[in-house]
Design a protein around this ligand. Structure first.
Ligand code: ZN
Ligand code: ZN
Ligand code: ZN
Length: 442
């Protein structure tokens, strides 16, 4: 197993056959309390996002100020010689390309992850430490359920894989590659930091056993490149462990559309059955003269259209143009939708992001406070989305010298993160130190 880290599977968790859901994971012996760590999964393979190089170690994803770069390409960064050595079999695939092309070496994150999976499969013929509960081979691919568009997208990724890696890698035949890409597509994880910024992609075979519920009882967070599963509430012996695969802000219909598209199933959890909070998430403004059903339908249609428009615009437009776009959209939405309506919230959240980008702190804070008020009502109490927004708000309040408000916001984030990340997580220690040093300055 070399320098690979052991997967920690607590003996209290076991694989079982979940009625109507295929395989699942459940509490085997005894019960769990809120915040308990149930499982630590090491990645089968992982890859750091292109634009995070230098901030995180390319191998273990530790966030550090002083990292040393690879002597050859000077593009990959490591904690120490040990991390560099452990990463070499994977990094070798990119090192030459990075040395010659620098940032122009862009195979794409999923393609790079798949290249790393292929090299690992070639090197380790035996089961890996990350396959403690489920092997890569056993993972679902849902290949037969791919529609033409999805197949085509995978086809393009296979072409990219050949283009970037055919000299360093023996690439299996097309059907086998479609299967591997499909597995990564529906089982891969985005590794995120405490503000939910995307820092990389990874595959954890054992975690593929965790089924989805919008009323989930567990959460996955990351410590470096290791994934940790923690209980969000009391879980009794025999009870299945669930995480959420999707953003829970959205109403039942939207959530299930997303689940079908990405994961090929419909959720029947109690929140989906009761359409929990859908009335608030889709609420219309209460006016003496209520808007006509037609104008409501039109604004919703427009809002959904703007989600995609904004995503595309982010690549080409300036901060000022983007902000104008958000404000025009928000104005139209506000005439019909209530302040808890998720389409309006989505745009207000985007507006906050643009204000952050153009460093308009006051405006960003206004949007942030508008959104968090509703987030606290619409998301579950221990939501990572809520914690990450409190962190952003705390940071803004700090920039604006609203010191005591900032301390309050950070404490709200901490209260959630102590459960979701564990009290000894480096992110929490960093945050506590920062809060203390600021408090000393008052
Ligand atoms: Zn490292
Ligand atoms: Zn290198
Ligand atoms: Zn559900």
């Amino acid at each position: 197993m070399g320098e690979e880290e052991e997967e920690v599977v607590l003996s209290t968790v076991e694989r079982f056959s979940s009625p109507g859901k295929g395989r699942g994971l459940r509490a085997a012996r005894g019960s769990f309390s809120r915040g308990d760590l149930l499982l630590v999964a090491q990645p089968f393979s992982a890859t750091l996002a292109d634009d995070e190089r230098g901030r995180f170690c390319d191998h273990c994803f530790a966030r550090k100020d002083k990292l040393s770069h690879c002597g050859k390409c000077k593009q990959a960064y490591y904690c120490n010689a040990q991390c560099q050595r452990a990463d070499w079999p994977s990094h070798r695939l990119d090192c030459d390309g990075l040395r010659q092309l620098g940032p122009q070496w862009t195979p794409g994150e999923r393609v790079r992850l798949v290249a790393r999976i292929l090299i690992k499969l070639k090197m380790n013929k035996d089961k890996c430490a990350s396959e403690g509960l489920l092997t890569l081979e056993e993972m679902e691919s849902h290949m037969e359920e791919l529609d033409n568009e999805q197949r085509e997208a995978i086809g393009q990724e296979i072409t990219a894989l050949h283009h970037y890696y055919s000299r360093q890698l023996e690439i299996p035949g097309n059907e086998e590659m479609v299967e591997i890409f499909s597995k990564v597509k529906c089982n891969g994880f985005t590794v995120e930091d405490e503000e939910l910024n995307h820092i990389g992609a990874a595959l954890y075979p054992s975690l593929a056993l965790l089924n989805h519920s919008c009323d989930h009882n567990c959460v996955v967070t990351f410590r470096g490149s290791a994934a940790q599963v923690r209980a969000l509430r009391e879980i009794k012996q025999g009870e299945e462990l669930f995480i959420s695969y999707i953003d829970l802000l959205y109403p039942t219909e939207d959530r299930n559309e997303r689940l079908r598209e990405m994961y090929f199933f419909t959720c029947h959890c109690c929140h989906c059955q009761s359409q929990h909070l859908d009335d608030k998430k889709l609420a219309i403004r209460e006016l003496s003269e209520p808007p006509s059903p037609e104008s409501v339908r039109e604004v919703i249609k427009y809002s959904k259209f703007m989600v995609g428009e904004f995503r595309t615009a982010k690549r080409s437009k300036t901060g000022t143009e983007l902000l104008e776009m958000c404000e025009r959209c928000l104005e139209r939405q506000a005439s019909v939708l209530s302040e808890s309506n998720v389409y309006l919230l989505h745009m207000a959240y985007q507006a906050m992001g643009v204000c952050l980008f153009v460093e308009q702190w006051e405006r960003a804070l206004d949007y942030g406070l508008q959104v968090i008020k509703q987030y606290c009502k619409l998301y579950p109490r221990l939501s990572l989305n809520v914690a990450s927004l409190w962190l952003k708000i705390g940071q803004l309040q700090t920039n604006l010298d609203h010191t005591s408000a900032a301390t309050k916001s950070f404490s709200k984030a901490l209260a959630i993160m102590e459960v979701t990340h564990g009290k000894d997580h480096p992110y929490i220690e960093e945050l506590r130190t920062a809060v203390k040093s600021r408090a000393g300055k008052i």
